[in-house]
Design a protein around this ligand. Structure first.
Ligand SMILES: [Cu+2]
Length: 218
């Protein structure tokens, strides 16, 4: 044949990993960088029983849909997507976004500056079919989300508290160590590292939560 034969579409796997040893990077995608060709499919697979999802946050401008998985909870939970538009795709796991769980897929060749767009997945998630699990929906429905956990440290000057919280189902969050800003009305002098606490969260800005109330005991 004189014409070029198109390559067969390939399948790739990216694992959603919870590192049992914790450390600096307790959550990550493996691999977190992948180059594929248009028409190839990537399977994102939960590597263990833990909560992760996949949200594409920056994609080539010609992509006309939101690329977002439902929340994965069990080993083997899978989300597959076939990439047709060439360019650079960036994604993250929403619960672990701030812990650096993110990755990049290049389809064909990388996008040049200005050829990609940011996807507003927070807004779109509310309209997605799977949105019932999604925390923005949960929060807009109730205004507040409830949580429990153990205090790691208190910073009275900055009015923040570090809490290792239990899974917060309404937000789709697994157990995590998180730093929260606390409402000025809460007296932090009563709290110390090691305290078991219950708290309510309110949405503060697009992607953040603040503690609206805090009390001792789970
Ligand atoms: Cu994750």
């Amino acid at each position: 044949m004189l014409t070029a034969t198109p390559a067969f579409a390939q399948e790739y796997t990216i694992k959603e990993v919870t590192n049992p040893n914790g450390g600096e990077h307790p959550y990550y995608f493996s691999p977190d960088k992948l180059t594929i060709q248009p028409g190839d499919t990537v399977n994102f697979i939960d590597a263990q029983d833990d909560m992760h999802d996949v949200m594409f946050i920056n994609v080539p401008k010609k992509v006309d849909e939101m690329i977002m998985s439902p929340m994965h909870q069990k080993a083997g939970d899978k989300f597959s997507y076939t990439f047709t538009v060439p360019g650079t795709y960036q994604f993250h796991c929403h619960p672990h976004e701030k812990l650096g769980m993110k990755g990049t897929i290049i389809v064909g060749k990388p996008s040049k500056p200005g050829e990609t767009k940011t996807m507003d997945h927070h807004e779109m998630a509310e309209h997605a079919a799977a949105g019932a699990d999604h925390h923005h929906e949960a929060v807009s429905a109730s205004g507040l989300a409830q949580g429990t956990g153990i205090i790691n440290s208190v910073d009275a000057d900055k009015h923040t508290v570090s809490i290792t919280h239990d899974p917060i189902k309404s937000l789709g969050w697994p157990e995590m160590k998180m730093l929260f800003t606390v409402d000025s009305g809460v007296d932090l002098s009563a709290f110390n590292a090691g305290d078991a606490v219950s708290f309510t969260l309110k949405s503060s800005g697009k992607d953040d939560y603040a503690i609206a109330s805090l009390k001792k005991g789970k």
